[in-house]
Design a protein around this ligand. Structure first.
Ligand SMILES: C[S@@+](CC[C@H](N)C(=O)[O-])C[C@H]1O[C@@H](n2cnc3c(N)ncnc32)[C@H](O)[C@@H]1O
Length: 259
């Protein structure tokens, strides 16, 4: 009943066709994949170092990455010397394991802004291991006060040790999510206002926390707000808010690099 010659049977056509076309399609994708790899090599490297290597080492050592970094800092740094601690962090981060610290390049920008503004009430959102905290603390004028907020207990524990090692009061660190801490700043921590804010926590919290600070009347007129990574990965709603409301606050972005 089949009138087609055997070689033209649809099943035969499909299997032979697939066998010939699959490598061709795969080959056609190679330039695309290579271009992607070259174009986004920094992100692939970052993913490899920050996620894959970290997971393997966490598993093998049973110690979290931030604690491993602290053990290195403790044995390689000069206690009471914040600058040396920062350099030791940079060395570890560059040569051993990636840490999402501010890093030396962005640190220079933050440093310049602190010198320029000489703020008296500073708030950092997102402490991590305390890198930017000790950077800021060492630059503040006499009588200034710094608070830093970290919601992750394990990171906060490392940050407390780093802050103490650098010779600063660890009561500068407030544990908890920013959305819970900000409403308590006045009453619980006696912070009547802030004139310099360093936002370096999750980008999606930037706008919400800025509005919270405003709602609780914590922002001094002309306060400086430094926000990291608002260009990439970006915080478009946060930026839009500034443009739309023509804010009086001085906003800077320290996002010169994103690695
Ligand atoms: C990029 S790291 C901060 C780096 C730090 N500023 C430095 O330069 O060393 C971001 C930190 O923000 C914390 N974080 C994220 N969202 C937060 C929130 N809503 N409240 C408090 N901490 C938060 C994370 O747990 C993480 O440790």
């Amino acid at each position: 009943s089949n009138l087609l010659p055997p070689t033209l049977l649809p099943e035969r056509l499909t299997s032979r066709h697939t066998a010939m076309v699959s490598p061709a399609i795969a080959l056609a994708f190679i330039p695309f994949v290579v271009t992607l790899l070259i174009r986004y090599r920094h992100y692939f490297c970052l993913f490899y170092r920050a996620v894959l290597v970290r997971r393997v080492r966490d598993y093998l050592t049973g110690i979290p990455k931030e604690e491993r970094a602290f053990q290195y800092i403790l044995t390689h740094t000069i206690p009471g010397d914040p600058q040396h601690i920062l350099e030791t962090f940079d060395h570890w981060s560059y040569h051993c394991e990636y840490l999402s610290n501010l890093g030396p390049q962005k640190a220079k920008i933050l440093e310049r802004l602190i010198y320029e503004k000489s703020p008296l009430r500073v708030l950092e959102l997102g402490t991590y291991c305390g890198y930017a905290t000790i950077l800021i603390a060492q630059l503040l004028p006499l009588g200034a006060r710094l608070y830093t907020v970290e919601m992750d207990d394990r990171k906060a524990a490392v940050a407390e040790k780093v802050i103490r090692l650098a010779g600063f009061d660890d009561d500068t660190l407030i544990r908890g999510p920013s959305q819970e801490v900000i409403p308590q700043l006045k009453e619980k921590y006696g912070l009547s206002h802030v004139d310099f804010i360093f936002m370096d926590h999750w980008k999606r919290c930037y706008l919400r926390d800025l509005q919270l600070l405003e709602a609780h009347d914590l922002l001094l007129e002309g306060a400086t707000i430094v926000a990291d990574n608002i260009i990439f990965p970006g915080a478009p709603h946060f930026m839009q808010y500034f443009v739309q409301t023509r804010h009086t606050h001085d906003i800077r972005d320290v996002s010169v690099i994103n690695s």
